[in-house]
Ligand binder design. Structure first.
Ligand code: ATP
Ligand code: MG
Length: 562
C-alpha cells in the first residue's frame, strides 16, 4: 500500500540529517514499543504512523517491540489486538520483538554495572527510597547500603534473581548522584523483586527491570537509531543516555520527544480506558464510542482516514489538544469520497399517495454518488403508493424557514416525484399518523415539465419494500472537551455523556442494502454516514452504527444559540 509522504516535521528533519551524514553507521531503525496492557488508541496511531512512516521514507526498518516488562498487567490478548490494529492501519513491521526476551541480556548488563561500581543493591523499602531522594531544592541522602562492596552486591543480586527474597526486600539502583538536579538521576531503581507470573516468561523470573532500564537498553540491543517517544519522557532522556553509554553501546540510539495526541471529548490514557471497559460504561474495548482503533473501526472509520488525521495533526514539540471537529472532518472527508448514498428513514411517518395506481410498483434509478465524487454506479429503488418519510420532514404548522412537507405544500421526493400534502390523519391523542398526498406523474425523475419549482427535497422509502433496521446513534463519550483536567479533582467518569448512544429501533432502509456484507459503509442521504455493525448486523437483523453526521451538529447549535 502506498501512503502519501507527510510533510517534513522537526523529527523527520533530524532523521534526514542523520541519514545524510551516516551518523549511526547503520540504516535508520525505529520501533513502536507498546506495553501490551490495553488496546491501541488514536494516540498510538500517531506514534505508529510516525515510526513506521519514517522507516519507510528513509529506507530503514521498524521493529514492533512489546515493552512487556511488567508481569501484572500484560496479556497475550493485547499483543494480538496491537498486531491486528497495526496491520489494519496498513503497516508491516520488519521484526516482532519482546523486551521480555532480553531479560537475560539485561541482567548481564546489570551485573556489568555492579562490577564497575555503577549500581548497588539497596535494602531500603521503596517508600524509604522515595523519602531519601530529597526534593528539587535539597539533595537526597545516601542509603546506608550505598557503599556495599562489589562482591556483596553481586552476591545479593544473584540471590535476588534466584528467588531467595520476598517482594520488596531489595532493589537494584544505579549509582549516579543523589544531588543531581534531575530527580530521575538520583540513583534510580533499575530492578525490583516481583514474584509474579509473566504471560510469556512464566515463572522464569522474579526480578523485573523498571521501564527506564528496560526501555533504552532494549532500543540499544536492537540497534535502533531514533527512539521517538512522547514528551512526558523528556526528563528520562538523561537516564536513557547514561544507561546506553555505561552499557558500552557504540553509536547508541538517540531519544527524541514529541507531543502526545490528545483528542477533545475523549481520553487516551489506557488506565482510564480500562476503567471504562471494566466498569461497564462502554460495551468493551471495541465499543464504537471508544478512541481505540478497534472502536473507531467498528464505528465505520477507515484506516485511511485515521492515517490522514494522524498525519494532519502533525508532529509538534509542545503539547496541544486536537479539536473534535478536526477528527470529524478527516472522517467525513474520507467517507464522502468513497461510500454510496442510499435512503433510510430514521423515524417513519406513513405517506399514502391517493392518486397512485393501486398495486403499482415502479423501479426508480438512483445514482450511488453525487456529481462531485469520481465514482459511478446506481441501483433501482422501488416506489409505490405507500411510503415512509421522516417525521422531521413534516410540520403541520411550519415556521418561515421550513421548506419541507406541510399541509398544502409541494416537495420533491429524492429520485422520485413531486408530492403535495392534502390531508393530515391523526390518532385519538392528536398524533399525526399518516399523510394523504397526491403525486404528479409528470414529475418522474424530479422535475416538472412546466418548470415549476419546489423548495424542498426529502428522502423516503417504499413501505412494503423497506427493510426494518436498528440505528445506533453515537455521540461524544464526554460532555467536556478535556476530561483529563477537571476542577477539584473531579473524576473523569463524572463528565461521561449520558447520551453518547441513542438506539433507534424501527428505522426503515431501502432494500438494496439487504444483502451487503456486515461492515458495509453508506451515506444515508440527509442523515449521516453509517456502517452496518460488523458483529451484530445480519441479513434479517440489520444494525447500523452512525459513524459521523453530515456536518458538525454541535457547531450548528453553537451558532444558533449565539
Ligand atoms: P498510557 O500512558 O496510557 O499507559 P503509554 O504511553 O504507556 O500509554 P504505550 O503502550 O507504552 O502506552 O505506548 C506505546 C507507544 O505509543 C509509546 O512510544 C508512546 O509514547 C506512544 N503513545 C502512547 N500514547 C500516545 C499518544 N496519545 N500520542 C502519541 N503517542 C502515544
Ligand atoms: Mg508506556
Amino acid at each position: 500500500m502506498t501512503h502519501p509522504a507527510p510533510r517534513l516535521d522537526f523529527i523527520r528533519e533530524k532523521v534526514a540529517a542523520d541519514h545524510a551524514s551516516g551518523r549511526f553507521g547503520r540504516a535508520i531503525m525505529t520501533r513502536f514499543p507498546p506495553e501490551p496492557n490495553g488496546f491501541p488508541h488514536i494516540g498510538h496511531a500517531k506514534s505508529i504512523c510516525l515510526n513506521f512512516g519514517i522507516a519507510r521514507e528513509f529506507g530503514g526498518t521498524v521493529n514492533l517491540r512489546f515493552d512487556d516488562t511488567n508481569p501484572t498487567t500484560e496479556d497475550i490478548r493485547y499483543v494480538e489486538a496491537i498486531k491486528h490494529d497495526i496491520e489494519w492501519l496498513g503497516f508491516r513491521w520488519d521484526r516482532e520483538l519482546y523486551a521480555s526476551d532480553y531479560f537475560e541480556q539485561l541482567f548481564e548488563i546489570a551485573v556489568g554495572l555492579v562490577e564497575r561500581g555503577k549500581a548497588y543493591v539497596d535494602s531500603e523499602t521503596e517508600a524509604e527510597i522515595r523519602e531519601h531522594r530529597g526534593t528539587v531544592t535539597t539533595p537526597g541522602t545516601p542509603s546506608r547500603h550505598r557503599d556495599r562492596s562489589v562482591a556483596e552486591n553481586l552476591d545479593l543480586l544473584e540471590r535476588m534473581k534466584r528467588g531467595e527474597f520476598p517482594d520488596g526486600a531489595h532493589v537494584l539502583r544505579a549509582k549516579i548522584d543523589l544531588a543531581h538536579p534531575n530527580m530521575i538521576m538520583r540513583d534510580p531503581v533499575l530492578y525490583r523483586i516481583r514474584h509474579a507470573h509473566h504471560y510469556r516468561r512464566g515463572d522464569a523470573w522474579c526480578l523485573y527491570p523498571l521501564y527506564d532500564f528496560a526501555h533504552g537498553l532494549s532500543d540499544a540491543i536492537e540497534g535502533i537509531t531514533h527512539s521517538l517517544c512522547t514528551l512526558e519522557f523528556k526528563d528520562n532522556r538523561e537516564i536513557y543516555d547514561w544507561l546506553v553509554r555505561e552499557a558500552g553501546f557504540a553509536a547508541p540510539p538517540e531519544q527524541t520527544e514529541f507531543a502526545r495526541l490528545e483528542l477533545d471529548f475523549t481520553v487516551v490514557s489506557k488506565r482510564k480506558l480500562l476503567r471504562l471497559v471494566n466498569d461497564g460504561h462502554v460495551a468493551g474495548w471495541d465499543d464504537p464510542r471508544m478512541p481505540t482503533l478497534s472502536g473507531i473501526r467498528r464505528r465505520g472509520v477507515t484506516a485511511e482516514a485515521v492515517r490522514a488525521f494522524a498525519e494532519g495533526v502533525g508532529v509538534a514539540r509542545s503539547p496541544a489538544r486536537t479539536e473534535w471537529a478536526a477528527w470529524e472532518h478527516a472522517v467525513r472527508d474520507d467517507l464522502n469520497m468513497r461510500v454510496p448514498r442510499v435512503l433510510c428513514v430514521v423515524n417513519p411517518l406513513k405517506v399514502v399517495l391517493t392518486n397512485y395506481p393501486a398495486g403499482q410498483v415502479e423501479q426508480l434509478e438512483a445514482p450511488y454518488y453525487p456529481h462531485d465524487v469520481p465514482k459511478t454506479g446506481s441501483r433501482l429503488v422501488p416506489f409505490s403508493g405507500e411510503l415512509y418519510i421522516d417525521r422531521d420532514d413534516f410540520m403541520e404548522d411550519p415556521p418561515k424557514k421550513f421548506f419541507r412537507l406541510a399541509p398544502g405544500r409541494e416537495v420533491r421526493l429524492r429520485y422520485g416525484y413531486f408530492i403535495t400534502c392534502d390531508e393530515v390523519i391523526k390518532n385519538g391523542s392528536g398524533e399525526v399518523v399518516e399523510l394523504r398526498c397526491r403525486y404528479d406523474p409528470a414529475t418522474r425523475g424530479g422535475n416538472a415539465p412546466d418548470g415549476r419549482k419546489v423548495q424542498g427535497t426529502i428522502h423516503w422509502v417504499s413501505a412494503a419494500h423497506a427493510l426494518d433496521c436498528e440505528l445506533r446513534l453515537y455521540d461524544r463519550l464526554f460532555t467536556v472537551a478535556d476530561p483529563d483536567s477537571l476542577p477539584d479533582g473531579q473524576d473523569f467518569l463524572s463528565v461521561l455523556n449520558p447520551n453518547s448512544l441513542e438506539v433507534v429501533p424501527g428505522a426503515k432502509v431501502e432494500p438494496s442494502v439487504g444483502n451487503d456484507p456486515a461492515g458495509s459503509r453508506y451515506q444515508f442521504e440527509r442523515v449521516g454516514y453509517f456502517v452496518s455493525d460488523p458483529l451484530d448486523s445480519r441479513p434479517n437483523v440489520l444494525v447500523f452504527n452512525r459513524t459521523v453526521g453530515l456536518r458538525d451538529s454541535w457547531q450548528k447549535e453553537k451558532t444558533r444559540s449565539s
